[in-house]
Design a protein around this ligand. Structure first.
Ligand code: CS2
Length: 507
């Protein structure tokens, strides 16, 4: 989560604010939109205005606009709070992307977001916009939990409070499935063909999964609408990648110093970016391939490689690091033991579960990941990555563990990562410092952790019983349960460093 109040920063009167009017005052080294924004029209509604989409979708689309196809501007919609909209509107939705290369910063003012809205106080306007024929794609980055799913099965969580509220009042939706279904219903009623839904979050088979969630929601609302969505709406799968930590005040200061303009909510990212997209867009799409996106028939192998190798390693490092008091991924990579454990996670547990990935050498991919994780300019907080473990563990680590068992093998490193997550739920690191577990299931999970804090066996058993996270086939594996308990006991008694030393001593 961003840690500053941009409204307060923006309120300081004497500073020049980034905006269309001040663009030409920027120093010459700052890249800016290479096209006339006044001639761009919206073609995409993007739900979720966090940092990631403003570093990823926005930069691919900025390149397409610069290439001359002006019909694909983006209108961003914040489904949670108006804070980012309120930061962006006074600057005409321009913002600075600070790309941290190994030895230098590159700054680029992004122009592809034309407008920003928030459902909190503009729901009718948002739905009216989503129903317009010129909107041909709805992209989403709302995080895993934003889809109101049961993480273990990937199905709609029908008991989710937002889903229950939307089913009671479906034309004023507050959930993402409810918003999509209502927008599609309005288009259909107006005789407008449905937009394509492009999910850009780290879910396994993200398009297929969200299609299932939205169709199920619609079934509960109106079976005829469900049939229409199932038959007519495209949900291509995508793999998205760019490491984009939450913006800190220090980043705002860096941007202001370099540009001479105050930007209430710039975004920081690494130079690397990757986007693999299934090419199924009945109403057309931007030529994102001109900006380096890879259009394919089947995203699945790319997605498994990224979700498991990158995100799985992130989760392993994050839980062990938070417990050990290590603040960032770059610091974790400087630890004498953590990188070795991560390499074993890849080699022993994750890479064996991957199908061949077209055009990709997996050892080269993981070597490049190591270099990306070491980037000293990226202060990616381990506590940020530790959030929402209940949603992240299943696709990143639990599903590959299940697949290994199904193939007659046992995971060696995944049980350690799961144990680190369980230890993390105690909300106190080894230096005694307290932190907060951020997770949609936080109250239940930290309650279980507190109740069993002295007893690894009881703690693990109580957590294994949380069916929203753990598939029954996995917790039925004795080898899995025993290994998790053994590591958890060691983490609780001896701590991270000694546990890792003992683990690494066994080849
Ligand atoms: C991270 C991701 O926060 C997390 O869980 O693993 O946000 C990761 O940085 C991105 O997926 C990289 O593309």
């Amino acid at each position: 989560m961003p840690d500053a109040n941009p409204a307060l920063l923006a309120a300081r009167p004497s500073r020049t604010r980034l905006s269309t009017a001040t663009l030409d005052r920027l120093p010459s080294g700052i890249e800016r939109p290479a096209y006339d924004r006044a001639t761009v029209t919206p073609g995409i509604v993007h739900i979720g205005l966090g940092a990631f989409c403003r570093a990823h979708l926005a930069s691919y689309t900025d390149d397409v606009l610069a290439d001359g196809d002006k019909s694909w501007g983006i209108v961003g919609v914040d489904p949670l709070s108006p804070a980012i909209r309120d930061a962006l509107k006074p600057q005409d939705c321009l913002y600075t992307l600070l790309v941290r290369e190994e030895n230098r910063d590159r700054l680029r003012v992004m122009g592809s977001f034309l407008d920003a809205m928030a459902t909190a106080d503009q729901l009718d306007d948002v739905l009216a916009l989503m129903a317009k024929p010129e909107i041909r794609i709805v992209t989403l980055t709302v995080t895993e939990k934003g889809y109101c799913q049961d993480a273990a099965t990937g199905a709609l969580d029908e008991a989710h409070p937002l889903i229950r509220a939307d089913l009671a009042d479906p034309t004023a939706p507050r959930s993402v499935p409810g918003l999509l279904a209502e927008a599609i219903r309005r288009r259909r009623a107006a005789g407008v063909a449905p937009f394509t839904v492009l999910v850009c979050d780290n879910l396994a088979q993200n398009g297929i999964k969200v299609r299932g969630i939205v169709v199920r929601y619609a079934e509960l609302r109106d079976p005829d609408l469900a049939d229409y969505i199932a038959g007519q709406v495209g949900f291509p799968c995508t793999m998205v990648d760019r490491i984009t930590p939450a913006t800190q005040d220090a980043d705002r200061a860096t941007v202001e110093e370099a540009t001479g303009c105050h930007d209430a909510w710039p975004v920081v990212s690494e130079p690397f970016k990757q986007w693999v997209i299934e090419d199924r867009f009945p109403l057309g799409r931007p030529a994102w391939e001109k900006a380096g996106a890879i259009l394919v028939d089947d995203v699945h192998p790319f997605e498994l490689m990224k979700l498991r190798c990158l995100n799985g390693a992130h989760s392993l490092l994050a839980y062990l690091s938070v417990v050990a008091g290590i603040g960032t991924i770059a610091d974790a990579m400087a630890d004498p033991q953590l990188p070795a454990v991560m390499r074993r996670l890849w080699a022993e547990d994750l890479i064996p579960t991957l199908p061949p990935v077209p055009g990709t050498d997996i050892p080269a991919y993981t070597a490049a990941l190591e270099a990306r994780f070491r980037n000293p300019g990226i202060r990616h907080r381990t506590l940020q990555i530790s959030s929402d473990g209940s949603q992240k563990l299943p696709p990143r680590l639990l599903e590959p563990a299940r697949e290994l068992f199904a193939a007659g093998k046992a995971p060696r490193v995944i049980p350690l990562a799961v144990a680190a997550w369980m230890r993390f739920l105690l909300e106190k690191d080894e230096t005694g410092a307290a932190y907060t577990v951020a997770d949609p299931l936080a109250a239940a999970l930290t309650g279980i952790a507190r109740a069993h804090q002295g007893d690894a066996g009881a703690l693990a058993a109580a957590l294994f019983a949380v069916e929203d996270i753990f598939a029954p086939e996995l917790v039925a594996e004795d080898a899995f349960r025993t290994a998790v308990v053994r590591h958890l006991d060691s983490l609780m008694r001896a701590g991270v460093a000694k546990t890792l030393a003992a683990f690494l001593a066994i080849p």
